[in-house]
Design a protein around this ligand. Structure first.
Ligand code: 4AD
Ligand code: MG
Length: 464
């Protein structure tokens, strides 16, 4: 007999013989009958297996404990219970794998997220992480579908690179040099000519620079891959390894860029509600009964658009009115999450796109405004998250870009190939980066970014 997934079984007409396979969530019952809740990951729902104890061997049944893996053959019948439409009346059960009830970590009463992070290799078996990981997969598909439908080219950019795209210097070095005996050059510095790539290399912080090469050839591209940042930020919103989606578009100005970002996020939220409602509803009902409403309201509202300078003014007025921020508000500062969230959650109560940031707190590649002080940056700020997207119109002038690289004492040598975009047929263009896990925080309502990626990488944590 062909195995049916639980998701399929729950939608099937009763009366048929079926075969189900999965892991036992719970077993309960009395002397005559046992009820097994079986889950195979295909849906948040379990299928109930009803076992007549005269029909199944007692020793076998005793071994079927929480976490055990079984195959059940039986008849699908209408369920008298209220929880489900159908259930399986087992005629035979095969035990694939026992699960020691004493040692199984998910038996514990402690189901806090902190505890589950210590057993991250098994937490996908819980309802919550099943829901989150299915949503993650669905969102990845929705992202590809969104760009595919607009004719964007999916460009794979390298993970190992010699350039620091954001110029922030927080890169993980990649080397095969022996750390206990590093070859030195004449100046006593590590001799990278002897390293694997013959130069100093790191894991990328962003695919954008290569993305710009793609956009100035293919028109509109997007990347979607892992990025790495060695910043020592132990916050609920930072990972050392996170996934980013970076579209880059020729002939888009900052306004076009904002329009695309807004349409993009809205379409992803809508996709989650339209296609993953079971999982969203589970998370809504269990943890956060405002989740569905928040998702719906984001689709329905226009994002507020204002400049950084206008944003600072609002924050300063709040301070003057008695609101206390941990960090005092001043023009030129990098906004902290408390400031971003004040604008989004208290002042406007909707997503905000802030533009035209001071050039000193933004990356070298952003288009310089005529005021000499600001750049054509845009950050999309979200309720409960803060910054979810960062992007900009790009500086198209070789001269201005070179001047900025000098000002920041960056290396021209590692950027020569990038500067060719401005040498050979430069064009106005724009792009942005969406943090995939930040999006998932919003869509799942989870509070900690470590809980929306299967195996989180954070300072002092790379166990699983
Ligand atoms: O604002 P960021 O640093 O922008 C860039 O990397 C640009 N190259 C993007 C572009 O224009 N193509 O990062 C973009 C987004 C942030 O808005 C945030 O959502 C996410 O990436 N992000 C992180 N997510 C998790 N952990 C971290 N440490 C993150 N750093 C940035
Ligand atoms: Mg940013």
């Amino acid at each position: 007999m062909i195995r049916s997934k639980v998701k399929t079984l729950l939608g099937m007409e009763p009366g048929q013989e079926v075969l189900a396979k999965g892991w036992v969530r719970t077993k309960r019952g009395n002397k005559e009958i046992a009820f097994i809740a079986l889950n195979d990951g295909s849906t948040i729902q379990n299928i109930q297996v009803v076992v007549d104890k005269t029909a199944i061997d007692g020793d076998l049944l005793a071994k079927i404990t929480t976490g055990a893996c079984i195959a059940v053959t039986g008849k699908l019948v209408e369920s008298p219970g209220s929880g489900q439409a159908v259930e399986i009346h087992a005629s035979s059960i095969e035990l694939y794998g026992e699960c020691d009830p004493v040692r199984y970590p998910l038996q514990k009463k402690d189901t806090s997220f902190e505890y589950l992070r210590t057993v991250a290799h098994l937490r996908p078996r819980t309802n919550t992480f099943g829901a989150v990981l299915r949503l993650r997969s669905q969102m990845a598909f929705a992202i590809h579908e969104f760009f595919h439908s607009k004719g964007f080219v999916y460009l794979n950019t390298p993970l190992i690179t010699a350039a620091d795209a954001e110029g922030a210097g927080n890169m993980f070095q990649v080397t095969t040099l022996p750390l206990d005996n590093v070859p030195k050059d004449k100046k006593g510095q590590p001799d990278y000519s002897k390293d694997f790539f013959g130069r100093r290399t790191s894991l990328t912080v962003s695919g954008q620079l290569e993305g710009e090469l793609g956009a100035t050839a293919l028109g509109e591209i997007y990347t979607f891959g892992p990025t790495f940042r060695a910043e020592n930020s132990n916050t609920p919103r930072h990972l050392a390894e996170f996934w980013m989606i970076e579209p880059e578009m020729a002939f888009y100005d900052i306004k076009d860029n904002m329009d695309l970002a807004e349409e993009f996020i809205k379409s992803l939220v809508k996709y989650a509600l339209d296609n993953c409602f079971d999982d969203v509803k589970f998370l809504n009902d269990k943890y956060d009964d405002g989740l569905i409403e928040r998702l719906r309201s984001v689709i329905a509202t226009d994002f507020v658009r204002l400049t950084y300078t206008e944003g600072i003014k609002i924050l300063q007025e709040a301070e003057a009115g008695g609101h206390k921020f941990e960090e005092h508000v001043e023009w030129g500062m990098d906004l902290q999450s408390e400031h971003e969230r004040f604008l989004v959650e208290r002042h406007f109560r909707k997503p905000v796109i802030l533009t035209d940031y001071p050039k000193d707190i933004k990356a070298f590649y952003m288009k310089q405004n005529d005021d000499g002080k600001t750049v054509r940056a845009m950050d999309v700020l979200f309720p409960n998250i803060g910054e979810i997207i960062g992007g900009s119109e790009r500086e198209a002038s070789l001269e201005k870009l070179n001047a900025r690289i000098d000002e920041l004492h960056m290396s021209h040598r590692t950027l020569e190939w990038y500067l060719d975009t401005r040498r050979f047929g430069t064009c106005p263009h724009s792009g942005f980066g969406l943090g995939f896990e930040r999006l998932l925080l919003f869509i799942t309502g989870m509070q900690n970014i470590r809980d929306v990626i299967p195996f989180p990488r954070t300072p002092k944590n790379a166990e699983f």
